[in-house]
Design a protein around this ligand. Structure first.
Ligand SMILES: C[S@@+](CC[C@H](N)C(=O)[O-])C[C@H]1O[C@@H](n2cnc3c(N)ncnc32)[C@H](O)[C@@H]1O
Length: 341
């Protein structure tokens, strides 16, 4: 059997890291990725060993197993070939990884088969826990409603854009559709700025800003004690404790006037209620990243209307608006960068 060099990638990093390695052509595609304890053994493309060493991964050697060419979806359908046809056609064919956890959205008619589904998906997707996202997120704290159908551990680390997000999928939300916006935050130039994140969650936007934007200080406010605990932990594991000050509070109780160069309002549907507080904290010339949901045919007018009401027609300038993701039929989540004059 052919012997190849493998890079040992911790299981929690694998779902995010491996697609990146493929993009960078660091993986030998003729050999199979293997599993060893808490690691995925990724076959290294010839001559690319140094890249893995530079990234801090350990290398090892072993036999190259032949590549499984069928997709996980095909293998799931094959394993479930004995189920009634209407159940097979309703099986989830998309999922989301959070480290060693996979999250599915499942048609209720698959419910009687959920134990079997959990077992098969865990085996084929090589994860420790399978959860079903039953009703999305709800309430002020945006709590998810997850049912664990295989395994027990619901805490894991999601690696995204060089940031480690540690959280419990059953306790706090993680909007995978906001990946581009988290990346955009990483790309902002906030050199020397004082930033307030009014809805920090587990650090969705705070962490990329803290790690890459050059911000001097970020006050990250979060009201949900569960999310706050993960925020504190994430500040530590991403080594940004000298920049971020976590605050467990309702953001309307924050003190201080006109001290912030930039304010993040990463909340939707009720965001305008919090605008007076943001306007109290922002400096003249500062920028507010204002998130909200609008009908797609009227988002520009609505943003103008909300800010005109809050600070007068001459009090602001909308510098950019982008769609973050679709929210409901004809409704999207938008973010507007608004300069306060
Ligand atoms: C929608 S989540 C953040 C989503 C995030 N921006 C993303 O990209 O996924 C909003 C967060 O704001 C918190 N929150 C809601 N009202 C708050 C308030 N008045 N003060 C502080 N935090 C609040 C919620 O607990 C939740 O963690």
């Amino acid at each position: 059997m052919r012997v190849v060099t493998f890079a040992k990638i911790p299981v929690s990093e694998a779902p995010e890291a491996i697609p990146n390695f493929l993009k960078l052509e660091l993986i030998d595609r003729s050999a199979k990725i293997a599993k060893e304890d808490a690691f995925r053994l990724v076959p290294v493309a010839e001559g690319r060993e140094d890249r893995f060493i530079q990234m801090g991964y350990e290398l090892t050697e072993g036999p190259a197993y032949t590549l499984e060419r069928r997709s996980p979806q095909e293998r799931i359908m094959e394993e479930m070939s004995d189920l009634p046809e209407d159940i097979r056609s309703a099986l989830p064919m998309k999922w989301e990884y959070v480290g060693s956890i996979v999250v599915l959205k499942m048609d209720p008619k698959c419910d009687p088969y959920k134990e079997r589904i959990g077992r098969v998906y865990a085996k084929i997707l090589e994860v420790d826990t399978v959860c079903v996202d039953s009703h999305g997120v709800s309430g002020e704290f945006r709590r998810p409603s997850m049912e664990v159908i295989y395994g027990t551990g619901t805490e894991s680390v999601r690696l995204e854009n060089g940031i480690r997000y540690f959280f419990d999928v059953s306790k706090v939300m993680f909007a995978s559709g906001n990946t581009d916006e988290r990346y955009r935050m990483r790309e902002q130039d906030c050199t020397g700025e004082i930033v307030v994140d009014m809805f920090a969650g587990i650090g969705y936007f705070t962490l990329p800003l803290a790690k890459y934007s050059g911000a001097r200080r970020i006050f990250a406010c979060e009201k949900n004690p569960d999310s706050y605990c993960f925020l504190v932990k994430n500040i530590e594991i991403n080594d940004v404790g000298d920049i971020v000050i976590p605050i467990l509070a309702d953001n309307r109780a924050l003190l201080g006037a006109h001290f912030a160069d930039r304010i993040l309002m990463g909340y939707v549907q009720r965001t305008s209620e919090f605008l007076p507080k943001a306007l109290k904290m922002i400096k003249k010339g500062g920028i507010i990243h204002y998130h909200d949901t609008f009908y797609v045919h009227e988002y520009k007018e609505k943003i103008e209307e909300i800010f005109t009401r809050a600070c007068g027609r001459e009090g602001f300038r909308v510098e950019m608006v982008r769609e973050v993701k679709s929210f409901a039929p004809s409704v999207s989540h938008y973010v507007a960068d608004v300069r306060i004059l």
